[in-house]
Design a protein around this ligand. Structure first.
Ligand SMILES: [Zn+2]
Length: 150
């Protein structure tokens, strides 16, 4: 029962958004030049992705002469946060800690990053609970099964 009904950005569309976020204002020609070789996509594929992003309201298209200038309608930071939270909606709350530990182990971090994480962890330690509550739909995780069957 998630109330947020915002369009999501697919992995392929994400590649296009990165170009737009980086270049602020860009053209389909520029997006194609950057992604054609990296993704091995045809220009038509990239144009389709751009069109979809415009439809979803993620990109703004401003006519300029015989072409369009594209601008992001959503910020990169906000989108990254949303995509990360969306991922955690796919796993049981009880698995969040282990999953975060795994992500941490995998990431290359600067001293500043580690400092930031230490701060967050300090805060989290104050708010920690003995047992994380599972909010899964019965049948989608095993947390509740052992209690319910008794
Ligand atoms: Zn669960």
């Amino acid at each position: 029962m998630k109330t947020k009904e915002r369009a999501t950005i697919s992995d392929a569309e994400w590649e296009v958004m990165r170009v737009v976020w980086t270049n602020k204002q860009t053209t389909s020609r520029e997006i194609i030049a950057i992604l054609e070789s990296k993704m091995n996509w045809k220009p038509a594929t990239i144009k389709t992705l751009i069109g979809r992003l415009v439809e979803k309201g993620m990109l703004q298209a401003k006519p300029e002469g015989n072409k369009y200038l594209y601008q992001a309608a959503v910020s990169e930071e906000e989108s990254v946060e949303e995509k990360s939270s969306a991922f955690f909606e796919h796993i049981c709350n009880k698995k969040a800690g282990k999953t975060l530990a795994y992500l941490l182990e995998e990431a290359e971090l600067s001293f500043d990053d580690v400092g930031l994480l230490e701060k967050v962890l300090q805060q989290k330690k104050q708010e920690a609970v003995t047992e994380v509550s599972c909010k899964c739909t019965p049948g989608q995780c095993n947390c509740k099964a052992s209690y319910d069957e008794a």
